[in-house]
Write a protein that binds this ligand. Structure first.
Ligand SMILES: [Cu+2]
Length: 302
């Protein structure tokens, strides 16, 4: 009787690979996470130009720190698998033992990822509600920073293709320069005369849609003197790429002397500007509508 060829039994492996991976992951995470939190997180934009920008840097720091152990797990898992289980050239390629569900791993996976996602949702909501985080909140903001009742108001008006700024506490003064006093809570009212724009004051950590007919409120608390970039962040026509400028946070004294100088320049056109729109004026209003067929923008009724 011919002997049956015996199949080679798969090699018995008693090594606890899972434990090795977990230990390597914990060691790598314990080293990498503080390094990322301390050295990488603070480098992420937009910098510490305002209280809200600083808050965004902190948020990025928290998120990159949370992300690091997840990334480490992926790296360790792949590295271990590639090194430990790759087939050598001299070996026949054998199929491994069949995989079965592992209820503990599944449960851990669900619990850990759900906890992280829920924590980040809660953390993000808290950070938003604290001071608005520099985002446009529409006409009725719910994330009001402390002391918002006495915030300094500045209107930001997008138009093809520049931003202009009006200061209601200076008689509706309009300028194409944005000056802000230092250490001040500023309430920005962002709107547009024509198409949709987006007011992005990068180092201030402010980004808010500028839409015609909408008064989009965003808060920012300035810190020390700062030159910041303003860009339009919404494709708004032919010269969208040209729609950038510098803005300045200056001392109180410098701000008032700038405002006084602007008021002198503005005085000659103020009577014309204050006329009703029907007479060609552009009196201060919280939002404007483009006039059908051109002409001066219409003040929103009501
Ligand atoms: Cu624009």
């Amino acid at each position: 009787m011919a002997s049956e060829p015996t199949a080679a039994a798969p090699p018995v492996d008693s090594t606890n690979h899972g434990l090795r991976v977990v230990v390597a992951w914990l060691v790598l995470s314990a080293i990498a996470t503080p390094l990322v939190a301390i050295y990488v997180g603070p480098l992420i934009p937009p910098g510490n130009g305002s209280v809200q920008a600083q808050g965004q840097v902190f948020d990025n720091q928290v998120m990159t720190s949370l992300m690091t152990p997840v990334l480490c797990l992926m790296a360790v898992f792949f590295a271990y698998g590639l090194i430990k289980f790759h087939a050598r050239r001299s070996e026949a390629v054998l199929d491994g033992p069949p995989l079965r569900n592992d209820a503990r791993v599944q449960l851990l996976w669900i619990v850990i990822t759900s906890t992280m996602v829920l924590f980040l949702a809660g953390f993000g909501t808290y950070e938003l509600l604290k001071d608005g985080a520099g985002g446009g909140q529409g006409p009725n903001p719910i994330a009001l920073p402390a002391g918002h009742q006495s915030a300094f108001q500045v209107q930001v008006i997008g138009q093809q293709w520049q931003f202009t700024y009006r200061y209601p506490s200076f008689g509706g003064l309009e300028s194409n320069e944005l000056y802000l006093p230092e250490n001040t809570l500023v309430e920005l009212h962002v709107t547009s005369l024509d198409v949709i724009h987006s007011f992005w004051a990068y180092e201030l950590g402010v980004k808010a849609d500028a839409n015609p007919g909408v008064d989009n409120v965003a808060y920012v608390t300035t810190k020390g003197p700062l030159t910041f970039h303003v860009r339009c962040a919404e494709l708004c026509g032919l010269w969208h790429g040209y729609m950038y400028n510098n803005g300045y946070v200056v001392s109180d004294a410098q701000f008032h002397s700038w405002a006084a100088q602007q008021m002198r320049l503005y005085a000659s056109i103020k009577p014309f500007m204050d006329k009703p729109a029907s007479q060609g004026g552009a009196p201060y209003a919280l939002s404007y509508f483009p006039a059908p067929g051109g002409g001066p923008p219409q003040v929103r009724a009501g």
